[in-house]
Design a binder for this molecule. Sequence first.
Ligand code: SF4
Length: 695
Amino acid sequence: MSGHPLYCKSRFVSKRNKTRIVNIGSLGVGGNNPLRIQSMTNTPTQDVDATVKQSIALAEAGCEIVRVTAQNVDAAKALKDIRKKFSAAGFIDIPLVADIHFLPKAAMEAVEHVEKVRINPGNYADKKKFAILEYTDSQYQEELERLHEAFSPLVLRAKELGRSLRIGTNHGSLSDRIMNRFGDTPLGMVEAALEFVRIAQSHNFYDIILSLKASNPKVMIQAYRLCVQKMNEENMAYPLHLGVTEAGDGEDGRIKSSIGIGSLLADGLGDTIRVSLTEDPVYEIPVAKKLAQLAHELWETEYCENPLINKNTIIINDTINPYEYRKRESITLNFNDKVIASSSMHPAVFIKVHQSLDQYQAIAKEVIQLNNTYSDAKIEGLIFETNTVEDLHYLQLLQKIFISTSPVFILDLDPGLSLSILQNFVQFQFAHPARWILCKKCDEFSDGENVEGYLNFTKEHGLFLALDITPTELLEQRQILEKLNPSNLIITSTKPTATLSPIATYRAIAEIIKSFAIHPPSLWIRNTPFNTVDSKETFDSKILTASIFTGSLLCDGLGDIVSVENVSHLQRSTALAYGILQGARCRFSKTEFVACPSCGRTLFDLESTTAAIREKTGHLKGVTIAIMGCIVNGPGEMADADFGYVGGAPKKINLYVGKECVQYGIPQEEAVEKLIELIKKNNKWVEPKSVALFT
Ligand code: SF4
């Protein structure tokens, strides 16, 4: 049960949402068809041979739908030859899609040659002027009639030719009309798409696919969810094309895409995906394939059909509003007046130490070095497997090495380490008291010990208790937790259950806690092999699985602490945890780049330019820089960027501060330095004293 109308049957079950089947040529999308993988060429469209060559490379890598920009009527005409040559090369079954902005005439030409046409509702019949207008109801209605007139010819021709259409909204390019009535919001994005859907339906045309992309994963997650909920209200079930726009390149681009696309797939939404990376588009395909594989594994796992978590049929209420972000309330986790985590702070980062504790000196050296080098991405807690009395002894020695700035120690306790053993070590005080969190699996208490004993023990010694617990076990502990009302409790969960997926497990735990009459404990999202489908997975694949699991929970407002424990390398797991926090826009530790993937409209070499800008400005924590191949979607596309580096003409760059263009037509060779000057002039520059992890 939810206090908000839902977009799916239950947020505790990853079941695929049923959509109608839309055929793009001979390729079915939606219904029970596999999640389709797509990408987009970035060659100049009128260079037919280059575009065909890249389309072939994409198809051979596993791309099932290829999109090509048609930036004018001549480019749209070139699609005829591209289709012909692509088919002749043996790819007759791979549909081509024309990407249209602004020009209905180009769309009318393109629909003659390719299987699908994508239009952007924000600019198909609207010129964006950034005018602040007040629309009366009758003016609004007139605008809709104008839209009807402008869009209908394309719908009717697509219907005649058996083509499909994608109505592809972008967060950054909403029309003035939509901005005026709904603002720059997920609801505005949804309405922008549905206005066009209703026009198509008025002509009995239903071969429509929808997308609602944004560069901010939280915004796109909310927009897609809301779209499905609004479609349900209007008895629509159009397939969804999922994507995060301007995700950037490298690890950051993969993380951001996985958070946005993966969270929705885990919700059961999505019929085709495009991972937009500022790289050769061929590199998008393995990432998209892995996301699709994970989605199908999740959808096909037989988790509980109902939101019931045990045989007592206890129903978990789902009380969060899935269409807006709000961080969950929780207690403040505080050691000797140093706050480690609280609901008013960004989530803390704990890192698992995979070395054995007898190497405590090497561990200390590495942690101190990392924390000194990456001062904006420090390790705030160290997690240790603590199995023996010797381990406790080494922990004391390790603690001696660190000074007062030491990370918190989290002891994953072996069942053999009873409270009486721990007593001797906890009482042993150094120059500063132990900053330990004892982590106990709820089904591993020694004889005669229980939650109450551990809570009393940790409280008495100024420590915290992290209970590693399943939702069912948590319900069983209700009485004792309500009796003690602990203020030093952290909840985490690493044990798989047969009834709930890992994401659903944490969602359920958050809801169960909320229903108890206790101080809300901190929630620690532990990304352990429990969340990993394939134990032999590569690091590249771990980036994706960790981003989906941790990122989707963060975007739901859950998580006071995060740890990525399926990566054993200390620096890499730290970088990944901070990367996911930044990707989910929950904690910034380096510059945020919003970089478009490039396409046939791109006016400079995006890949190398992005790398050059990243190298020089990657340390500017809290600054957002947009790098866009052209300004087709309007400066709104760089919605929340502080600075923009945008192609204005071939090899000529325009620089922006916010949404305002402040320098035009700078030769590309000079533009990076000019950008830095601009950042300095606006007092956002700092000298690179600390290094950002994996920039
Ligand atoms: S912003 Fe980038 S991807 Fe978008 S149309 Fe322009 S060049 Fe192509």
